[in-house]
Design a binder for this molecule. Structure first.
Ligand code: EZ4
Ligand code: CO
Length: 392
């Protein structure tokens, strides 16, 4: 079964998505997500100009060898563009192999380890009444775990709050640190002790500030505190760990197992945030999570709207087959996106399931995709109140 055609499809139904579609000489096709939010066309060029020519005529069954060829064979290793491109090829080949086998992909990864995947949804508000409404809304949709993000008094809307969609946000860590514990205190007293609550700091604190926040939030029993410090400084987490038992999640901007080497071995985190899309595909994320399993670290795969339905399906198949699955982030896509990508996953009583169709269970309507050309877009940036550029 040889790879006969490779198309890179860019579509922007609700936002930009990059999808690789591989087709074999016996007519099977597979999809892979290569969406890198804000830098999409770099991955398109990497795939079209450098990867696709290497794929044509290769045996579609040789997933591991193809991964090694694209990784080692490039000489230049790691990095978000390379690893998103490799992820798309890897995912599309797994999709093809599972379609060839006539099985949903999770069967080839070892079969289901559970009935469904615990998902968390996003709630946010500028103030407590708005936040409580948002939590109730998520719960009404079935979510059994909730990420809580709040506005900060004195600042315009910040990351994670619904009305924050602006090019430049404004940040002040002192105001945030003072306010956030009171938000969790209020949420706990309104919704009780049982509901799993999560929070994303989005890389904004110094190590000692993060340590203080983790400690301050301990009474509210968070499921996790995410990206409390910028991801590059892995030793920072040692300091945070010395001060708090609040569980830590990190890794949505990591690309490889080597980014996790130190923090897993030193048991500095509790959850791996990587998505299949940004971490070299199913093959490589499985490798990271098998390594993490030795230290009782579990998965908490990134599931923002900028991971396409193809990337989400890959996460669900892998999550179902992993013993050390933890939780899955789930942000439902818009109606137009769901028209372009037909999906067979289900979300029932707060649990996701990838469904029983062969392969990933996602099909791409190329005509529908063609209606929505690429629209250049950037992530926001974040500035301190004096104008200094800060981590977003
Ligand atoms: O900012 O996916 O946990 N989720 C996040 C996301 C990221 C976006 C960046 O493209 O932090 O909202
Ligand atoms: Co995050």
């Amino acid at each position: 079964m040889l790879i006969d055609r490779a198309e890179v499809v860019v579509t922007s139904p609700d936002r930009n998505f990059v999808t690789l579609k591989l087709t074999t000489d016996d007519g099977l096709s597979g999809l892979g997500d290569a969406t890198l939010n804000g830098r999409e066309m770099a991955v398109v060029a990497y795939l079209r100009d450098h990867v696709v020519p290497m794929l044509i005529g290769r045996d579609a069954h040789r997933i591991e060898d193809t991964w090694q060829l694209l990784y080692r064979g490039a000489y230049w290793r790691r990095g978000p563009v390379t690893m998103a491109a490799i992820a798309a090829v890897d995912t599309a080949l797994w999709d093809i192999k599972a379609r060839a086998a006539g099985m949903p992909l999770y069967q080839l990864l070892g079969g289901a380890c559970r009935d469904g995947l615990l998902a968390y949804g996003h709630a946010s508000g500028q103030d407590l009444p708005e936040l409580f409404d948002s939590i109730r809304e998520r719960r009404a949709l079935g979510f059994r775990a909730i990420r809580v993000q709040s506005g900060v008094p004195g600042l315009p809307p910040v990351y994670g709050t619904a009305s924050a969609a602006r090019d430049v946000e404004v940040w002040d860590s002192r105001s945030y640190l003072r306010h956030l514990p009171s938000v969790f205190e209020a949420v706990r007293s309104e919704f009780g002790p049982q509901l799993p609550l999560l929070h994303d700091v989005h890389h904004r604190l110094t190590p000692i500030q993060a340590a203080r926040l983790g400690k301050a939030l301990e009474p509210y029993d968070l499921f996790w505190l995410e990206d409390c410090t910028p991801a590059e400084n892995q030793e920072a987490l040692r300091l945070v760990r010395q001060h708090t038992t609040t569980p830590l999640a990190i890794g949505e901007v990591f690309n490889t197992v080597w980014d996790y080497q130190q923090i897993v071995r030193e048991q500095l985190i509790d959850y791996v945030r990587s998505a299949v899309t940004h971490t070299g595909g199913i093959t490589h994320l499985r490798r990271i999570l098998d390594f993490a399993a030795q230290y009782q670290i579990r998965s908490g795969m990134h599931g923002p709207q900028d991971v396409s339905p193809v990337g989400m399906a890959a996460a669900l198949h892998l999550g179902l087959a992993l013993h050390n699955f933890g939780i899955q982030e789930y942000n439902p896509h818009g109606a137009r996106t769901d028209e372009v990508f037909r999906q067979s996953f289900t979300f029932t009583d707060g649990l996701l399931h990838p469904g029983s169709e062969p392969g990933l269970g996602v099909s791409l309507d190329v005509d529908e995709a063609g209606k929505y050309p690429y629209a250049r877009a950037y992530l926001p940036v974040n500035r301190l109140t004096d104008g200094t550029l800060h981590d977003w």
